[in-house]
Design a protein around this ligand. Sequence first.
Ligand SMILES: Cc1cc2nc3c(=O)[nH]c(=O)nc-3n(C[C@H](O)[C@H](O)[C@H](O)COP(=O)(O)OP(=O)(O)OC[C@H]3O[C@@H](n4cnc5c(N)ncnc54)[C@H](O)[C@@H]3O)c2cc1C
Ligand code: FES
Length: 521
Amino acid sequence: MEPVPGSIRISYSDRMKDDSQANNSIWLATAETPSQPPLQENLRTDVCIIGAGIAGLTTAYLLAKEGRSVVVLDDGPIGGGMTGRTTAHLTNAFDDRYVEVEKLHGEEGARLTALSHTSAIDRVEQIVHDERIDCQFERVDGFLFAPPPDNEKLLDEELAATHRTGLLEVEKVARAPIDSFETGPALRYPRQAQFHPLAYLSGLARAIRRDEGRLFNQTHATTMEGGDNAHVETSHGPVVSCDVIVVATNTPVNDRVAIHTKQAPYVTYVVGAAVPKGLVTRALYWDTLDPYHYIRLQSLDDHDVLIVGGEDHKTGQANDCAERYARLEQWTRERFPQARDVEFRWSGQVMEPADYLAFIGRNPLDSDNVFIATGDSGQGMTHGTIAGILLTDLIQERKNRWEDLYSPSRVTLRALKDYAGENINVAGQFADYVTAGDIGSVNELKPGQGAIMREGLSKIAVYRDDTGTVHRRSAVCPHLGCVVSWNACERTWDCPCHGSKYTAEGRVYSGPANTDLSDLD
Ligand SMILES: Cc1cc2nc3c(=O)[nH]c(=O)nc-3n(C[C@H](O)[C@H](O)[C@H](O)COP(=O)(O)OP(=O)(O)OC[C@H]3O[C@@H](n4cnc5c(N)ncnc54)[C@H](O)[C@@H]3O)c2cc1C
Ligand code: FES
C-alpha cells in the first residue's frame, strides 16, 4: 500500500522546545491535525456531532460514508482532547480483566466485549487501508505480566476467562520478550495494534471532508436540544439544526447527573524516554499492579521512544504530580537501564465506569435522537471506534448486538457496591467548603502557580501567570458545586467530583461542566 502523504512528521517540532508545552504528548509534538474554521453561520445537517476526538470522528466518518450529512463541532483543534494524549494501545486484552467482566455481565457479556474490541482493531486497520492513512498502524503482540505480589494464579484465571470469550489464540508464555528484567510468566495476546493517533484523526478528517462532511474548530457547543426541533447552539451565536445529535465530548456535557454517578475520573501520567532503535522488542506491555504500568515504543528520528504510563489517581485528589513523574521515571530506569533522556512527559484523564464498560447509545432521560459516548476507561481507542460503529448502526436504525451491553441506561445491579463507593468519595469532596485555603494571600504565589484562597465564606481560585498578572475566579465548579483544586503539572483547575477541568484562567476545558468558573468582578 502506498501511503498518502499526510501532516504526520515523525521528528521533533519546535513546539516541543517551548516550555509552555511542558505537558505536550509525543503525538502533539510530531503531527499537526488540519485546522478548521470556526462555525460562522446557521446550518442544517442530518447529524451534528460534538467532539473531534476518536469517538466523534469515527462516527462522522462512518455516517458520511453512508451518505448522511454530518457537521462536527469542536471548541479546540481536532484531537485536542484526550485522543491527543493517549498512548494508543489498540487492544482486546481487557484492562479491568475478563474475569471481572464475567462477574458483572456474564459469560455472554464478556464474549461480546472481546468481540467488540477485536472488531474495533480490525475496523481501524480496514480504515487505515481504505483511506491510505499514513499513521504507522502496526500489528504487535501484547503481554500481560504479573509482578509480585500478584502471581501466576491471577494470570491462569484470566487466561481461562479470556478463552471463554472466544479469544483462543491467547497463550501463557514463560516471560515477556524484555531482556532487561525478569517479567516472570506472561499472557501473550496476538494481533494487538498501535498507531499515531493524531495522524489517524487527520486521515479521518480528510475522508469526512471528501464525503462532504463539515468540520468546525474553536466552536463551543453550549446547548444540545433533542426532539422534533433538534439543534445545537454555539457560544458565538450560530445554531446547527439537525435530526440527530451525538455528544462525543469524552464525558458528556449535556448530562448533569445520570452518567456522572456511574463513572469516575482518574488522572494518568506518561513518560517517553529515548532508547536505541531496536533494543526493546516492539510490543504492548502491561503489568497487573493497581494502578498498572502500560508500555509501548514509537519510532522518532534515529531512535525509539519508550512510552511508559501509570501512577493514576482520582482527578483533583492528589497534589504531587512531580513526584509521580519521578516515580514513573525511576520505575522505567530500573527495568530499562538502556533508557536515555526523558523527552516527553504528559498526563491526561480517563473515565472509569463502575461496571467496566463504556456508555455508548441514547442519552438517558433525554430525547431519542440524542446519543452519547463516554466511560472509555483506558481503552478509548477501541471504545471510541466501537462508538463509531454502534452509533452509526443506531442512527441508521440497524440492529447491533452490542447495543444492550453498552447502553448508557443499563443497570448492572452487581456493580452497585462500586457505584456507592465512588459516590461516597464524591460526597466527601463537598467538605472542602469548610476547610481553609491553600494560601492566605496572593503574595504567596510565584509566576505560573495557582492555589485556592478563602475569602470570608467563599473559596477563590487564584492564578499568577508568567507575566505576574493575577487571575481570580470562583473555585466552585459550575457542574454540581464541588471546589476545584490546582493541577501544577497541567496548569489547570481540576474538579475532584466528576472531573471537569478548567484552564488556569478559569475557562472550561473539559466536562461535565460546560461553562467557565464564575467571574468574581
Ligand atoms: C495518558 C493516557 C493514556 C491513554 N492510553 C490509552 C491507550 O493506550 N489505549 C486506549 O485505547 N485508550 C487510552 N487512553 C484513553 C483514550 O485516550 C481516550 O479514552 C480517548 O482518546 C477518548 O476519545 P474521545 O473521542 O471520547 O474524547 P476526546 O479525544 O477527549 O475528544 C473530545 C473532544 O470534545 C471536545 N469538546 C468538549 N466539550 C465541547 C463542547 N462543549 N463544544 C465543542 N467541543 C467540545 C474537546 O475539545 C475534545 O476535542 C488513554 C488516555 C490517557 C489520558
Ligand atoms: S465536575 Fe461535577 S461538581 Fe465539578
